[in-house]
Design a protein around this ligand. Structure first.
Ligand SMILES: [Zn+2]
Ligand SMILES: [Zn+2]
Length: 442
């Protein structure tokens, strides 16, 4: 089978998250989206950890599912979805703020644990370092290297994936407080890092211009603060979902240089290639945002309404033409800075990827009504119950399988997204970019 996994989410115990970000809503929205494996997120938070321990059980493969005795209060899914089918993987995002080589570093890392026992051991160690109660994504004065060491001590099956590695303020390679390489950050333990999260504002092609990242698998997740936004980026695996299978598959990466060129939708079209075996545990690739839609794609100052592309920023000497202060340098610019290639090159770890936009945005564009309107929600839910989960609508089903079960204009808009015929309005300095499917009347 092929299945989708979203490995970076936050619970209601993280700052600035939706109050309905609980286990039931995460599982419900995972079902609606077609995500088989979803991260628990936030397991270092004592209250959230208790909810995990009370509600979930190990399924024997290193993943978790709801206990049989669990009582679901308001399951928002269409009735055919069984929330016990969803699997959770134990993880947490840690925000490390510390001084290294004379500079303050602020790095976000995802820590994965293979079972509840290792999770408890790891949390116990962290408790002595800082406050785990104040935020589901705890802020610790802990060097990323030492965090990795502690995770490996709790379990040698655990692993760390640096999160949204290009974000200016809080990431491994960020322009404001990051490093220039994985090795500079993790030193002697660098070999234990085998994957990086690209974040919403960058896509694999941008990353593959940087040869020092060739040995890393690039994964993509939603990093969502609200369950309904699960899967806006996601990973696609083949095989049976297990903790080991996921770890092994990510570590191995995609099929690398042997990849077929110019893959198109539907995602399953590559299944017809001769060396494809859907029974084998493997990392097939990722579903990506158009990176322009991310919050930090270009440079600028949100408050000054200044948005610049990297060459414009250079002309301005990195200073804001309105207020004169240093600009927030976005992901595109930082990639230029660290890249040593003009064009992307496939590495041994490269995988497939498909760019898309969330279905509510497709419907909203097609029907010319706001994304939060009742109409969009109705059409959305109707499509989910008549056709199937969102990620399958976006990336798996063929148009003829959907015709007659959704408004023609929505299916037409979907084809535009699949073929990449979109109009992009890049994000900058914390402001999300926009993808439009139809040109506005002049
Ligand atoms: Zn983060
Ligand atoms: Zn400014």
């Amino acid at each position: 089978m092929i299945y989708f996994a979203d490995l970076h989410v936050h619970s209601k115990y993280s700052r600035a998250t939706s109050r309905d970000s609980d286990l039931v809503n995460l599982a419900a929205w995972a079902s609606i989206k077609g995500i088989k494996v979803v991260a628990t997120g936030d397991f270092t938070h004592p209250a959230w950890r208790q909810e995990i321990l009370d509600s979930l059980e190990e399924d024997g493969t290193g993943l978790l599912r709801f206990r049989k005795s669990f009582r679901y209060s308001n399951n928002p899914t269409p009735s055919r979805y069984d929330l016990r089918e969803v699997r959770f993987i134990l993880n947490v995002e840690i925000s490390s703020i510390y001084k290294k080589n004379g500079r303050v570093r602020k790095i976000h890392n995802l820590v994965f644990m293979p079972n509840m026992e290792s999770m408890k051991i790891f949390c116990k160690k962290l408790e002595s370092i800082g406050n785990l109660k104040s935020d589901g994504r705890p802020i610790l004065g802990l060097d990323s290297r030492n965090l990795l060491e502690m995770a490996l001590e709790a379990s040698n099956e655990s692993y760390i994936v640096p999160a949204h590695i290009w974000t200016p303020w809080f990431s491994l390679l960020g322009s404001k407080s990051g490093f220039n390489s994985v090795q500079e950050c993790f030193e002697d333990l660098s070999e234990h890092i085998f994957a990086l999260e690209t974040g919403l504002s960058s896509d694999p092609d941008m990353n593959r211009r940087v040869s020092s990242l060739d040995d890393y698998t690039l994964i993509s997740n939603s990093d969502t603060h609200s369950p309904s936004k699960l899967g806006r980026e996601a990973n696609i695996f083949t095989g049976q979902p297990t903790f080991d299978g996921i770890r092994y598959s990510i570590k191995l990466g995609g099929s690398g240089k042997k990849l077929l060129r110019n893959v198109s939708f539907p995602v399953t079209s590559i299944m017809s290639s001769p060396n494809f075996n859907e029974k084998q545990d493997a990392f097939l690739g990722t579903i990506e945002f158009f990176p322009e839609e991310g919050k930090y794609h270009w440079d600028g100052h949100r408050k000054c309404h200044v948005r610049l592309n990297p060459s414009e920023t250079k002309l301005q000497n990195n200073l804001c033409p309105v207020c004169g202060k240093t600009l927030t340098v976005g992901v595109m610019n930082r990639v230029h800075e660290l890249s040593d290639r003009e064009a992307p090159q496939l590495s041994g770890r490269s995988a497939y990827y498909w760019k898309m936009i969330p279905l509510v945005e497709v419907i909203s564009e097609a029907l010319h009504v706001g994304q939060k309107s009742k109409k969009v929600f109705e059409v959305y839910m109707n499509m989910i119950s008549k056709i199937g989960p969102e990620l399958f609508i976006l990336s798996v089903f063929r148009p003829d399988e959907m015709r007659g079960r959704a408004p023609d204009s929505v299916l037409e808009a979907l084809e535009k997204v699949r073929s990449g015929h979109v109009i992009l309005d890049p994000g900058y300095d914390g402001e999300f970019g926009r993808v439009k499917l139809f040109r506005e009347e002049p």
